[in-house]
Design a protein around this ligand. Structure first.
Ligand SMILES: Cc1ncc(COP(=O)(O)O)c(C=O)c1O
Length: 400
């Protein structure tokens, strides 16, 4: 038996997808970047609406210059983990910058956002503890929960009452309880009713961790996320996030007021057993964080764009998610229709994400657009027209 035999069902599903899809939705190649919102795909200039580059900062001049300077000064890699030779003063400066930005006592920087959530969830929840996870949490949270030895309890998506019920069922059983949620959920762009979750956490004496991957730099007066917007930052025990979206680089972080956070540097495996971020990435991230601090107008531009796109889709009769955020998804009926729609949108000049079950809520196929502050109003309107045209061409029924 071949070691790959177990992948046969995946192979068959992929072959089936490719029999109805001209382009591979999971293998799109950007041949050249023209600007934060335009790239060359299949030899053609294409509008980029599937990149998570929410503030357009992957191409900021300040970050490029800082990266080039850091590479010249320190070299292009640290060749070691944070607990060996991989901590430069740059890493510590970025941790201090982030802690200050969030008004928190400490910050740990990880090499990816995935490793930040993986590391924090797997380490904080020990074998006698209980992890309460929203059903729609990101794969990194679920992978971290499997790495931990805690009891895992899933609750219904965004349903604080369901969480309360499940916490109460435990009664006075010994063990810590860690609730893990997200600010904005990545597939649908829907927002957590965070105040309700904070109430439950307080009632049941649990810890609360929030992943603000898709809300950092976007929500709250200063861009600190949904916890800032909802004025409950003091009730959050651990905030994790990524540099790979609003900050435009790569990496992840956790900020907290817990007085013993530094102990985690000595027992968090995804922090300890991997090389630290290279100097140019740290320098670019620091530069982009300064831009977020000093340019709140970026948040307003992003939300104006998101709102314009969301309302235009609703007026055109598309089935969207419930909230306006940086992620705006359209729900389609079945895989063939979703695949045809995605291909047609690409042919008409825009790149978006095709998200398929089992990675999607309720096992429904989604067309996911990420909206950026860098998009012009004309580009937003162009995407709306492309959606309407694609819907006509592939026979998507619009509810008008
Ligand atoms: C909610 C959430 N957490 C964590 C991550 C992982 O971040 P990164 O891609 O920077 O590793 C993602 C990535 O999409 C995400 O959506």
């Amino acid at each position: 038996m071949d070691i790959f035999t177990k992948f046969q069902p995946l192979h068959n599903a992929f072959e089936q997808l490719m029999s109805i899809s001209k382009h591979n939705p999971f293998g799109t190649t950007i041949e050249k970047m023209i600007s934060p919102t335009i790239g060359v795909i299949n030899g053609r200039q294409t509008l980029l609406f599937g990149t998570n580059n929410y503030l357009g900062l992957s191409q900021s001049d300040a970050a490029r210059h800082a990266a080039a300077e850091a590479a010249m000064q320190y070299g292009v890699g640290t060749t070691g983990s944070r607990i060996a030779n991989g901590t430069y003063s740059l890493h510590q400066e970025l941790e201090q910058d982030l802690a200050k930005f969030f008004n928190r006592r400490s910050c740990m920087v990880f090499s990816t956002g995935y490793q930040a959530t993986l590391g924090m969830v797997s380490t904080l929840a020990g074998k006698d503890d209980y992890l309460f996870l929203d059903a729609d949490c990101h794969a990194s949270i679920y992978d971290g929960s499997r790495m931990s030895q805690a009891q895992i309890i899933r609750f219904r998506h965004n349903d604080a009452d369901d969480l309360r019920k499940r916490l109460r069922r435990l009664g006075d059983i010994p063990g810590n309880k860690l609730i893990v949620v997200e600010g904005v959920y990545s597939m649908f762009g829907d927002i957590i009713p965070l105040k309700e979750f904070v109430e439950v956490k307080k009632e049941e004496n649990a810890c609360l961790m929030i992943d603000e991957a898709h809300s950092f730099g976007i929500f709250g007066e200063h861009g600190r996320g949904i916890a800032e917007r909802d004025q409950v930052e003091a009730d959050i025990d651990f905030t994790v996030g990524t540099f790979s979206k609003s900050l435009g680089t790569v990496g992840g972080y956790c900020v907290s007021d817990h007085p013993q956070m530094d102990l985690l540097r000595l027992c968090t495996r995804p922090y300890m057993f991997t090389a630290s971020l290279p100097p140019e990435v740290i320098a670019a991230t620091k530069a982009n964080l300064e831009i977020i601090k000093n340019h709140p107008e970026l948040i307003h531009k992003l939300m104006d764009n998101a709102s314009r796109f969301y309302h235009a889709l609703q007026n055109a009769g598309f089935l969207t998610g419930p909230d306006i955020s940086s992620v705006i998804s359209v729900i389609l009926e079945d895989l063939p229709q979703a695949s045809q729609f995605w291909n047609r949108v690409l042919e008409l000049g825009a790149y978006i994400n095709l998200s398929l079950p089992p990675a999607t809520p309720d096992n429904r196929p989604l067309l996911r657009a990420s909206i950026a502050a860098a998009h012009t109003t004309e580009q937003i309107d162009q995407l709306v027209q492309i959606y309407i045209q694609a819907a006509q061409d592939v026979g998507v029924a619009l509810k008008i």
